[in-house]
Write a protein that binds this ligand. Structure first.
Ligand code: OAD
Length: 248
């Protein structure tokens, strides 16, 4: 693994337009569970019963009670870890330009990244389903479930449920930055949910190197990605930065 970390540092030192695609794995070390695999959210809850827009429309109180309330408790207090901080440092060094994230936890922005495309929306804001008024999630009281706007309408998080469309501007911009980068860094995603997982394919087709950081192989491994650094995002990003800084 040390050789690959060195190789990544050397590749990054030569690059000037790096884009990262991140997934739930980068936030695991911040205490936020992933969706798939051991301890994953979808092991506990059936996504079609709790994370599909039709399920929310049918019974918002059930989805708030079971899924959203728990997410709010975790996301309200989570802090960026070395994985997020490493990507923020890469931006500070002028190497990383954009983070495309499938996460809704806002931790890339908390770490200091300034250009973050929230592919699946964000959990920081709630929107009234009747009058569209927005409210910060941290200020939403849980005394009434589902929480309501002053107008009486039901609040919903600004993230994408299954069955909803990716915001077209996020999709267009992601495709654009993916096609223009010289390295696509894929961190902590199982790379099975489309269309996010297609972004590294676009980068590869456009001539970029694709580097994965993940403790497990993904469908991109040995196929789209040039190499996989098999480890956790926090320690791997920290070591990459340590190797990279003397090269600049
Ligand atoms: P997944 O839960 O599918 O995958 C998490 C990935 O992170 C796996 O490949 C793990 O091996 C890896 N992982 C675990 N711990 C890690 C660590 N410490 N460091 C680095 N990697 C680690 O999450 P996503 O790929 O983000 O969609 O899932 C994509 C989408 O599926 C989510 O955005 C969500 C979900 O359904 C919506 O909610 C619309």
């Amino acid at each position: 693994m040390d050789d690959l970390i060195k190789r990544a540092a050397e590749d990054l030192a030569l690059a000037n337009n790096v884009v990262a695609l991140t997934g739930a794995g980068i936030s695991v070390e911040s205490g936020i569970p992933p969706f798939r695999g051991k301890g994953g959210i979808w092991e506990k809850f059936d996504p079609m019963e709790f994370a599909h827009i039709d399920a929310f429309m049918k019974d918002p109180a059930k989805v708030w009670n079971v899924l959203i309330k728990e997410m709010k408790d975790i996301v309200d207090t989570a802090k960026p870890n070395d994985g997020h901080l490493g990507l923020a440092k890469l931006e500070e060094l002028g190497i990383l330009k954009t983070v495309i994230t499938q996460n809704v936890d806002g931790l890339h922005q908390d770490a200091g990244n300034t250009d973050v495309i929230e592919f699946h929306g964000n959990f920081a804001w709630q929107k009234c389903m009747t009058c569209d008024k927005r409210m910060e999630t941290i200020n939403v009281s849980m005394s009434q479930i589902p929480p309501r706007c002053e107008c009486g309408g039901i609040l919903r998080p600004e993230c994408i449920f299954f069955g909803e469309m990716i915001p077209p501007n996020h999709l267009l911009r992601s495709r654009q930055v993916a096609s223009q980068c010289d390295i696509m860094l894929v961190v902590g995603t199982s790379a099975i949910v489309q269309p996010a997982s297609f972004m590294p394919v676009i980068s590869k087709q456009s001539g970029a190197k694709v580097i994965e950081i993940n403790p497990e192989k993904t469908p991109l491994t040995g196929n789209i990605s040039d190499y996989l650094i098999m480890g956790k995002a926090g320690p791997v990003m920290k070591q990459i930065i340590e190797e990279l800084e003397p090269l600049l």
